[in-house]
Design a binder for this molecule. Structure first.
Ligand SMILES: Nc1ncnc2c1ncn2[C@@H]1O[C@H](COP(=O)(O)OP(=O)(O)OP(=O)(O)O)[C@@H](O)[C@H]1O
Ligand SMILES: Cc1ncsc1CCO
Ligand SMILES: [Mg+2]
Length: 271
């Protein structure tokens, strides 16, 4: 049976991130670098952005977790990602795959499928990306999702079973599955998809939590904390312009009260 995670357990995981300050190695897109690094620092983790094929194994070896994001993929980056993912498996470091734009081009889809076969601990994407990575028909527009997360929960379960990863599909409601009934996380704000690379920063934050918790607990804790930060931050914004900065402030200031006011982790739902 799928067991959920309580908000006190989420808070304890955040306290452990803040105490341990995990080093998160990011091989990510040019769009996502600054917002991801700032989100990790505000959370209490340490970011390192390093993508040269010659050095990724050294970074994987010293990092506590790795995130691979294919947002601005190229052949050089693709080779570095495969090398890093394989090395993470060899040295037992947890890693998160963000299959940005999977389905938007054959090149990207093949790269995402190949990375998903290298045993990521967590895969986090929007509905279109998860549908495409699972091999189902998907409606995306470039890197943006057209589908709702509810349409991708079955695909998320199938993808989790095929890869052994915990799969998080995000949207107005987020869902987490390790192959069983998806657990909904109700949080966030409608302004969040109007600021670029917010989902990418979330994937980096999931990686930070995988340094202190097993993949399913890590994904649920990260979604709850990041979504609560987004919801609290959006309440202080007139539009999406300052949202990334406000999210970083909200991550830094996160408290049990703010978490409780802005996040709900539900009971498992039928996929
Ligand atoms: N309509 C919405 N209401 C509330 N929260 C939302 C909504 N849409 C997205 N979110 C939240 O925004 C965050 C990013 O999710 P999203 O699915 O937009 O990622 P994404 O499409 O991969 O983003 P990007 O590729 O731009 O980085 C998650 O925390 C999610 O819960
Ligand atoms: C807009 C965009 N294009 C490639 S990556 C990216 C950021 C959202 O994933
Ligand atoms: Mg994305």
């Amino acid at each position: 049976m799928t067991v959920s995670v309580s908000l006190p357990e989420v808070w304890s995981a955040l306290e452990d991130v803040r105490a341990r300050r995990p080093l998160v190695h990011n091989i990510t897109s040019y769009v996502a670098m600054t917002v991801s690094a700032n989100a990790l620092l505000a959370l209490g983790a340490l970011p390192a952005m390093a993508h040269a094929t010659e050095e990724v194994e050294d970074f994987v070896a010293t990092a506590d977790a790795l995130v691979i994001n294919i947002g601005t993929l190229s052949s050089d980056l693709s080779a570095a990602m495969r090398k890093a993912a394989k090395h993470a498996g060899e040295v037992g470091k947890p890693w998160v795959l963000d299959p940005v734009g999977c389905g938007a081009s054959a090149y990207r889809t093949h790269a995402a499928v190949a990375l998903a076969a290298l045993a990521p601990d967590v895969i986090r994407g929007n509905a279109s990306e998860i549908l495409s990575l699972a091999g189902e028909a998907s409606a995306g527009k470039g890197v943006e999702s057209i589908s709702r997360a509810e349409e991708a929960t079955g695909a998320a379960m199938a993808l989790a079973k095929r890869t052994g990863a915990v799969v998080a599909v995000t949207g107005a409601v987020d869902y987490v599955t390790g192959g069983g009934a998806p657990i909904p996380v109700r949080t966030g704000h409608a302004l969040m998809p109007l600021s670029t690379a917010i989902g990418c920063a979330l994937s980096a934050v999931i990686a930070a939590f995988t340094a202190v918790r097993p993949p399913r607990e890590a994904a649920l804790a990260a979604l709850a904390v990041f979504g609560a930060a987004g919801s609290a931050a959006a309440g202080r914004c007139r539009g999406p312009g300052h949202l990334p900065a406000e999210i970083c402030d909200a991550l830094y200031l996160m408290s049990p009260d703010t978490l409780g006011q802005h996040a709900r982790i539900g009971a498992p739902v039928a996929g």
